[in-house]
Design a protein around this ligand. Structure first.
Ligand SMILES: [Zn+2]
Length: 279
């Protein structure tokens, strides 16, 4: 059983078509340790994390790439984030009763937002339709709409691990569409089990043994939250002094918990006074 977390890129030597693999194991473990999820929710969230890791490898940016759904199914919150270093985090919330009906996302919208670390750089947001039946298709549509890039995506998860494969036809690609269709059709023969279990070299051999492919070095993906004490202090500030003082009458300490990683940040009277004094 493979037990590592990586992003690995490759290119077809004879055409400007690039590819990427993602494999997540410890990241999924970290996710489950922080919040227990019902299996179907965990599967979708794991796939969403794989998708943001893959996306973050194709786009040049420094900051946060955020996937968020707004749908009418049992999962009312699904958020997955990655930065340019594949530091990923995610969370989901769901309605237990509706989950039993078997409708996960239902129908709605998928938003991909890029928030650069440098506040001077522009935010970008792309929105596409999504439903339970077209989870991966939504990402392919996103690439076509926002970057005019033909993209194919395969995602798999088993509750312990997640994996993904992405193919993308670059704008500079002069090979004909028939070649793109050819390699896409070959890639589509990958099974979830193969994607989860085989080494990337084995997968490439299994799918494209007649093609000339260059596989690049792997880079790590890690579950890492972006929360900080400073960000939580900002949240306290946003609540307003009057509200916080009322809270402090009832509790000696105010605990703010990060929804993503469950890290708890505590603030007492002295902290609160300092936060509002320095604002
Ligand atoms: Zn956190």
């Amino acid at each position: 059983m493979r037990q590592y977390d990586i992003l690995q890129k490759f290119i077809f030597e004879s055409a400007d078509i690039r590819g990427e693999f993602v494999h997540l194991h410890h990241c999924i473990k970290a996710l489950v340790e922080r919040h227990p999820y019902p299996q179907p929710v965990l599967n979708l969230l794991s796939q969403a994390l794989s998708a943001v890791a893959l996306l973050s490898g194709t786009i040049k940016f420094e900051g946060a790439l955020i996937l968020q759904t707004e749908t009418n199914g049992a999962i009312n919150v699904l958020v997955a984030q990655s930065n340019e270093k594949q530091h990923i985090r995610g969370l989901a919330k769901w309605d237990e009763a509706r989950l039993e009906e078997g409708c996960l996302l239902g129908e709605g919208r998928l938003a991909i937002t890029i928030i650069p670390d440098n506040a001077k750089d522009k935010r970008y947001q792309g929105i596409v339709e999504i439903s339970d039946d077209n989870f991966t298709l939504a990402f392919e549509t996103y690439f076509m709409q926002s970057e005019q890039l033909a993209t194919k995506l395969w995602l798999a998860s088993d509750g312990h691990r997640a994996a993904g494969l992405l193919l993308q036809k670059m704008p500079s690609d002069n090979s004909d569409w028939a070649y793109w269709e050819h390699v896409s059709t070959l890639a589509a023969t990958i099974s979830d089990q193969e994607l989860l279990n085989l080494d990337n070299t084995e997968i490439l051999h299994r799918l494209f043994h007649e093609e000339d492919i260059r596989l690049f070095d792997e880079s790590p993906a890690v579950f890492k939250c972006r929360c900080t004490k400073e960000k939580m202090e900002k949240a306290i500030l946003t609540c307003g002094e009057a509200e916080i003082e009322t809270l402090l009458i009832i509790n000696p300490v105010i605990d703010v918990t990060c929804e993503f990683c469950n890290q708890q940040y505590s603030f007492d009277k002295v902290d609160v006074a300092r936060i509002f004094a320095t604002s």
